[in-house]
Design a protein around this ligand. Structure first.
Ligand SMILES: Nc1ncnc2c1ncn2[C@@H]1O[C@H](COP(=O)(O)OP(=O)(O)O)[C@@H](O)[C@H]1O
Ligand SMILES: [Mg+2]
Length: 375
């Protein structure tokens, strides 16, 4: 079946499922292009709803709320991918949903995701699906230690992960995982621990016409399993950057993504290994707001609405630093640097580990790394 390419003219309403900071920044980008945004989120006064024209506050599984949301918008996309299949199906019966369920389904489950990447010839850490202590012990015998045990679903910011060292008891590791979000389902993945040189990510946009545009790979440093900084350019050779973009493009094409795909990778002496992906704007792409001709949020809206993609060209070097928990309380000091770009997400309560905002500092292009500091 072929149909005319979908295009939503400015003035239309973009529905975004999820109410966090990614939805907030996407809503701001949509507003700049003349769209109205309607947020669907279980959280009242969510960061995204604060800047949107309309909001539905309801559970992701509420059929009546999903139906009236779908009827109130012209296209639906997601800033959060852990949406039940049935909810996405209900939405898609009424309104175009981009990206499609296949993409969300693949990104929701680490086992499906790894199988997908390996299936298109893209390397990952060695892994085994495990569903209990016996399977975990067998997988450890094959993969060896150290290793990382992760819940297959619902993990984020290092939640739902247990590192298994030489002396870690498999039964204890399995029990610890059971207490994490998604752990109760009993489906998990064991990954070999990668002694990487660093972590990078690529955010790629792809339109319904197959056109794509990728941002420069960002160099990501985590603290307490939460992204701390993203730096561009990444201190990697040009060939590695090209290979990373090629991986993101192949994945986006194989999944027929319409929207954004962010792919996280480990840089190793033997090449790149994909860690995970997300079919939406990504924390490691926030630097694009201040350092690129078109940022990830505008590119997301353009792709979802069937508009031509903008140029992802980077005009400055940049370092994006996340403000976690109390760190956003320093907003006045951060603003005292007149060249710092401060972004706050409107979250009332600064819980530990919560992403409250970010700050991006730009530098003259080419001022970053020289060959000697490269990986
Ligand atoms: N197999 C692995 N080997 C080494 N480090 C890992 C491995 N898997 C995850 N990590 C580390 O933990 C971080 C978070 O893991 P990730 O799978 O990206 O989960 P999430 O971002 O959903 O919490 C990664 O960015 C990386 O620093
Ligand atoms: Mg990750």
């Amino acid at each position: 079946m072929t149909s005319a390419p979908f295009r939503l003219a400015p003035g239309g309403t973009v529905g975004i499922v999820g109410g966090g900071q990614l939805g907030r920044m996407a809503a701001l980008a949509a507003a700049r292009l003349g769209y109205r945004v309607h947020i669907f989120s279980p959280e009242p006064d969510s960061p995204a709803a604060q800047v949107a024209a309309a909001a539905t506050v309801a559970a992701y599984t509420d059929p009546a709320a999903l139906e009236s949301f779908a009827r109130a918008v012209d296209v639906v996309t997601f800033e959060f991918e852990n949406i039940p299949a049935d909810s996405v199906r209900r939405l898609a019966e009424i309104v175009p949903v981009r990206p499609s369920w296949t993409v969300l389904e693949t990104a929701q489950d680490r086992i499906v995701e790894k199988r997908f990447f390996n299936g298109i010839g893209i390397a990952t850490a060695p892994w085994r699906a495990v569903d209990g202590v016996a399977a975990l012990e067998a997988a450890l015998a094959e993969i060896g230690r150290p290793a990382v045990l992760k819940t297959a679903r619902m993990g984020y910011d290092g939640k739902g992960q247990v590192r298994i060292d030489a002396d870690t008891d498999a039964a204890a590791a399995w029990a610890a995982l059971g207490k994490a979000p998604g752990g109760a389902a009993g489906s998990a993945i064991l990954e070999g621990f990668i002694d990487f040189q660093g972590e990078i990510s690529v955010v790629i946009a792809r339109g319904g016409d197959g056109a794509w545009a990728a941002f420069d790979p960002a160099w990501n440093v985590h603290r307490h399993h939460i992204l701390h900084t993203s730096t561009v350019p990444a201190p990697i050779p040009a060939a590695t950057a090209t290979a990373a973009i090629d991986i993101a493009r192949r994945a986006a094409e194989a999944l027929d993504v319409i929207g954004l795909l962010a792919v996280e990778m480990f840089v190793t002496p033997d090449g790149l290994l994909v860690n995970e992906m997300a079919p939406r704007p990504h924390n490691s792409g926030h630097w694009t707001i201040d350092a690129c001709l078109t940022d990830q949020f505008e590119q997301f809206i353009r792709a979802v609405c069937g508009l031509p993609l903008g140029s992802p060209r980077r005009h400055s070097d940049a370092v994006m630093t996340n403000l976690i928990g109390d760190e956003a309380a320093d907003w006045l000091d951060l603003l005292r640097d007149p060249e710092a770009h401060l972004h706050l997400y409107g979250k009332a309560e600064a819980r530990p580990g919560r992403k409250m905002g970010h700050v991006t500092r730009l530098h003259r292009p080419g001022g970053g790394f020289d060959e000697a500091t490269m990986i």
